[in-house]
Write a protein that binds this ligand. Structure first.
Ligand code: SF4
Ligand code: SF4
Length: 724
């Protein structure tokens, strides 16, 4: 077992315990992971591996598939030089211990002077190995020399290899250059990659799926990631699309986004952007405006009415053209699954119970945050790919089997459409003035966005919403726009937690518009009169620090309770699955959390050919979470349609593994970048104006500011590689 290095974010000691037993499989033959090589070092779990070969292959992956931005020589050619040196140490009888010093020097030079992170980090596992496993290198050098002494050099000088290991003689500085191997040039030719690729933007074509390779009886799986990409539940190629904006290639930027996020209009506006919490730029000054930069390419496509941009690495497959899949639910999860299946040539029919498409984003998120025109632009893209939509078509216990039997596979993406109760005294659904959040938001949006209902008028009404997440924020801000007399949000925890649950922008915009927040409060009883809500009895709490509990403990505040006058009470504490369409005989079970019981990696259910994704599986989470699961399920279904098996690809395995390892490390120093470059902010409608209408609040970054913001991105790609 390799020596622990406490400087590594994933020393052997801290390495996820699940990893050694995590099976790698894309065939019938499962294999354990033998080593993991990454941006800060390596972890060897099986000492029998050929370490030199693994390091060499790591350098090769850098040069072949994940080239640097191409703006500096160490970055552009460093991987090639490292590969050649390691190749020499591994194979050539001409290698000497002096080569180890040279290797170390080149690694250090590259680490310090490469302009982008991938160039800086690629030498690190090699440096670590030189530090902790120097004996592996020296032993190999002597072994090769022995072969030379025994005059069995012939073994090396087969015609092909003679060409590879050509002796070069002396360099001008007097140092001995034994050979100038051209193995790498051949590799490059065989992959049809230009070694002098100066077009940094080609990275958008390079952010491909995991790469599978073999050398010296070892199998390697490599994948590019970035801290921000890993944190995004949909694993969007963030540095790639930001690079597109920086280089004014807005449509290419959009293509990079759609590689794993089809709903660019939506996630460029209403994503809680967890990626920004893992942005390394924040170590220097402020995180990059990742979410808003995604909107730039999407707006460009819509504004100039260009043909829809799709990812450049997904193609329709001939053998899928006769396959048909049914998707139940036209929300973000269902749309994402449909998009990626349709792109691959599968015929997709979507069944939606509501009269409109878009699920919770259409009927839950108000127009001032997510204009329906922009959302429809994303949805129309699916229609151009041949996806068919059936609205007002609920799937029930009665029609489920019939619909399912018409398709080769079924994907359930029904969301969570039932508001949960508060659990207080006198909580009666029939009370006038008691409005569950989902019902209320459906009404507002079907009226305001689609004209299918009359717009509610809350003039003169005192509204209290109980929540703390995005839905409750949408409720209170809509109530302000519907002219309520007063709007109060009751939340059990404190201001910091509500900001964490939603976003700083969302909270402060609500405050600016006139919403009042009462923290550390919960409804004890709904007081009614003649079947109407009249007031609420509210309990107050204090937050006590408790050892071992980072969230602290809520303790009732003696004598702190009070009565709050109220005409309308809107519970928005959480929501759950409406499972009434599932019959026990279908063999699709529910979890203890009342979600569909599906495998967390493949999203397959126990019923053959039936899959499920999004909130109905994970409970109410974010839009991007549902989109990410939709993409995964589309690919699992594709393979199922081809071979009848449930399997994960190399890429998906690596995605899950990287999530386990954790890519972002806030304690990691940023080298070579100046601090103090402020984050760009977009213009917004004035609070006094916007509080009276449903017009979009946030204008988005203008293109000039967006390009400047994109220049702040440090392009933190990393390569990860498993030896299996
Ligand atoms: S600086 Fe750019 S690449 Fe690096 S973490 Fe932030 S957004 Fe991602
Ligand atoms: S979808 Fe959300 S989490 Fe992913 S990159 Fe965009 S803003 Fe970040």
């Amino acid at each position: 077992m390799m020596k622990d290095n406490p400087k590594l974010p994933y020393s052997v000691k801290d390495f996820p315990k699940t990893l050694p037993t995590l099976k790698y499989f894309n065939t019938q033959e499962p294999k354990n992971i033998k080593a993991f090589i990454g941006w800060d070092g390596l972890v060897v779990l099986d000492e029998s591996i050929d370490l030199l070969d693994a390091l060499k292959m790591y350098a090769k992956q850098y040069q072949l598939y994940a080239q640097s931005c191409g703006r500096c020589t160490p970055g552009k050619y460093g991987g090639r030089v490292l590969y050649e040196m390691l190749n020499k140490i591994q194979n050539s009888p001409e290698a000497s211990v002096d080569d180890l010093a040279k290797l170390k020097e080149i690694c250090n030079l590259m680490h310090k002077t490469a302009k982008c992170e991938i160039g800086k980090t690629t030498p690190k596992p090699i440096l670590q190995a030189l530090d902790t496993h120097i004996d592996v290198f020296t032993r190999n050098i002597s072994k090769n020399k022995q072969k030379l002494n025994k005059s069995n050099i012939i073994k090396y000088k087969t015609p092909k290899e003679e060409e590879d290991f050509k002796l070069e003689g002396e360099a001008s500085d007097g140092s001995q250059v034994y050979y100038k191997a051209n193995t790498f040039a051949k590799e490059i030719q065989s992959h049809n990659i230009n070694p002098d690729m100066h077009d940094a933007f080609n990275v958008l074509e390079r952010f491909k799926l995991a790469v599978h390779s073999h050398s010296h009886n070892q199998t390697y799986i490599s994948k590019i990631t970035a801290p921000c990409t890993d944190m995004c539940p949909s694993h969007v190629d963030i540095p790639g699309y930001i690079e597109g904006v920086r280089d004014k290639r807005f449509l290419d930027s959009l293509s990079a986004t759609r590689g794993s996020m089809p709903l660019a209009q939506v996630c460029g506006r209403v994503c809680p952007h967890p990626c920004e919490h893992a942005c390394r730029r924040a170590i220097l000054d402020e995180p990059i405006s990742i979410m808003e930069l995604k909107r730039v390419g999407a707006s460009y496509e819509m504004e100039y009415n260009t043909p829809y941009m799709h990812p450049n690495f997904i193609e329709a497959q001939e053998d899928l053209k006769n396959k048909k899949v049914c998707v139940v639910g036209a929300g973000p999860g269902g749309l994402s699954a449909s998009y990626y299946m349709a792109l691959q040539g599968i015929k997709v029919d979507v069944y939606e119970a509501l009269p409109v498409l878009g699920g919770a984003v259409a009927t839950g998120v108000p127009n001032y945050r997510m204009p329906i025109v922009a959302y429809n632009h994303d949805i129309d893209m699916l229609k151009t790919l041949g996806v068919t939509f059936h609205t007002n078509y609920p799937i029930t216990k009665e029609n489920f089997l019939d619909i399912e039997s018409k398709y080769d596979a079924t994907v359930l993406a029904v969301g969570t459409r039932l508001s949960k109760k508060l659990g207080c005294i006198n909580e009666d659904f029939s009370l006038e003035g008691y409005l569950p959040a989902i019902k209320f938001m459906d009404h507002v949006n079907l009226a305001e966005k689609f004209g299918l209902e009359s717009i509610p008028d809350l003039t003169g009404k005192n509204v209290v919403c109980i929540g703390g997440g995005f839905t409750s924020m949408d409720v209170v801000r809509c109530c302000i726009r519907l002219n309520a007399k007063s709007v109060i949000m009751l939340y059990r925890r404190d201001e910091a937690t509500i900001i964490k649950n939603t976003s700083s922008e969302e909270y402060h915009e609500a405050v600016e518009e006139g919403v009042k927040f009462d923290f550390l409060s919960a409804v004890h009883e709904i007081v009614s009169e003649n079947g109407k809500v009249r007031s609420l009895k509210v309990d107050k709490f204090e937050l006590k620090k408790v050892e071992g509990s980072p969230k602290g403990e809520l303790v009732p505040l003696e004598g702190g309770g009070y009565t709050l006058e109220c005409d309308i009470v809107i519970p928005a504490v959480s929501q759950e699955l409406d499972a009434s369409f599932l019959d026990e005989s279908f063999g699709i079970g529910l979890t203890k959390r009342h979600t569909i019981d599906a495998d967390p990696h493949s999203f397959s259910t126990p019923r053959k050919g039936v899959f499920a994704c999004g909130d109905c599986v994970s409970g109410p989470l974010t839009i991007v979470n549902a989109v990410g699961q939709g993409r995964r399920v589309a690919n699992v279904v594709k393979r199922y349609l081809l071979d009848g098996q449930i399997s994960l690809s190399d890429d998906e395995k690596m995605e899950d593994l990287l999530k386990d390892v954790g890519v972002y490390d806030s304690s990691r120093e940023v080298i070579g970048w100046m601090k103090g470059d402020k984050r760009a902010h977009s213009d917004k409608l004035e609070p006094s104006f916007r509080a009276k209408n449903f017009e979009e609040v946030n204008f988005g970054l203008d293109r000039k500011d967006a390009i400047k913001e994109a220049q702040r991105c440090m392009r933190c790609y990393y390569i990860s590689m498993c030896v299996v």
